[in-house]
Design a protein around this ligand. Sequence first.
Ligand code: NAD
Ligand code: UDP
Length: 313
Amino acid sequence: MAHVNLVTGGAGFIGSHLCEALLNRGEEVLCLDNFFTGRKANIAHLLGNPNFEIVRHDVVNPIVIETDRIFNFACPASPVHYQHNPVKTIKTNVMGALNMLGVAKRVGARILQASTSEVYGDPAVHPQVEGYWGNVNPVGPRSCYDEGKRVAESLFFDYHNQNKVDIRVIRIFNTYGPRMLVNDGRVVSNFVVQALNNAPLGIYGAGDQTRSFCYVSDLVEGILRMMDLDGFHGPVNLGNPGEFTIKQLADLVIELTGSRSKIEYHPLPENDPVRRRPDISLARERLNWNPAVSLREGLTRTIAYFDELLRKG
Ligand code: NAD
Ligand code: UDP
């Protein structure tokens, strides 16, 4: 069956790749976005496709719309952007989830929530398994995002248990690739843009904190498998279990760009998680999913994207 998919946050980094993958399957896509961190340029190449439509809308407001699959991705993901207006971030997460769950309930749609590794906070369990409840500061600078996403997970499971809404919850670990914003603020895009400009790479803290970086095409494959599978609601971790220090990432970006950049050290932001790596046993078992793109390969593709973008000015 060719589904009618509603992708909230569809003009953003991950959302635009998801819209493209759904169109490539011959499905219809309603791309809903308020263009806070999304860009028309991310989806401009999809506009000629008769199965593609843009809906300019803010998920904090209710909407009446016909769809049979909802991917709820609307929310700024970079700490710089989600901390810019924390109250709005909470509204986007909580009221956005309520409004989209309301649509799903009304029209009987299956709905997938883009949750995050941030629900584990600064994790005391490593690697992170889905059964771990997390270590989140409820009043810190990251809490608008972390707690917002945690409430959204609660809402998803409550709508499922109370109203039989057919939910899917994925917990996404640091994902990167083409179409991140030049000024996105996240580490991969920052380092790549700095290296291509031969500017200093700014490491926050000593650079020994770790992250696990997943290339966007691997993530999209996992998202689609989760949405397609009947009878499994999650939550399920989706990420690449390869774990790197931020210093290792900086060195690799300098090597792959051939940059003359040096490294500069800046203060570590408050509550910055010390280490992060997904245990993806559940995704392997239930979705038969495994990321295929190495960090070196994914960075090479990402560098090529930013190189072209910066050359165009
Ligand atoms: P992004 O900032 O590129 O995309 C977010 C999109 O949502 C943008 O297009 C933005 O304009 C839109 N948006 C924001 N607030 C909105 C609102 N109130 N109404 C309508 N649209 C709104 O970020 P991304 O990396 O593509 O992340 C997409 C989703 O995946 C987010 O929900 C994020 O929390 C989640 N996620 C991403 C990562 C990652 O590493 N990229 C990790 C964990 C979770
Ligand atoms: N970071 C950094 N320099 C940057 C941006 C981020 O050293 O220019 C660090 C940041 O402190 C964190 C890690 O890189 O330890 C990942 O940061 P990002 O904002 O990409 O994602 P998150 O912290 O949400 O995982």
